[in-house]
Design a protein around this ligand. Structure first.
Ligand SMILES: [Zn+2]
Length: 137
């Protein structure tokens, strides 16, 4: 899965969260013929990954560089603030997601399920508190 969490400027690549540096300027051409503008740059070992967005069709793309060579381009599933819950539901089980939402809503929550959710996200390099603070339920 290649995903991009808009509010956190986080790229999820090879199941790892990679933080980005904001950028701007020309980001290549989209398949639709539109111009793409740079959003963020991410460093993954020896790869540099540019996230850019088409100004015409709003498609978000990852361009992966090794040195100055483009080795691949991939379409990216982007999650805005009101979609972060969808991102979590793609990663967590139903029980884990419910535990996260219950804790966030200050209700009684399933502690074991919450711990599992926290661990799963931590293994990807994601901080559960930080993600939940960005969610609009
Ligand atoms: Zn486009």
């Amino acid at each position: 899965m290649i995903a991009y969490l808009e509010p956190l400027k986080l790229l999820i690549y090879d199941e790892r969260a990679i933080s980005g540096t904001a950028s701007s300027g020309f980001g290549g051409f989209c398949d639709c013929g539109g111009m793409m503008s740079q959003k963020t740059w991410h460093q993954n070992d020896d790869l540099k990954i540019l996230i850019s967005e088409c100004e015409n069709c709003w498609k978000i793309e990852a361009t992966v560089f090794k040195g100055s060579d483009v080795i691949r381009r991939d379409e990216v599933r982007s999650y805005k603030r009101n979609e972060i819950r969808d991102f979590l539901s793609a990663i967590l089980s139903q029980t884990e997601l419910e535990a996260v939402i219950d804790k966030w809503s200050q209700k009684d929550y399933n502690y074991a399920a919450y711990s599992r959710a926290k661990k799963k996200l931590e293994e990807m390099g994601l901080d559960i508190e930080r993600i939940v603070s960005e969610i609009i339920f």
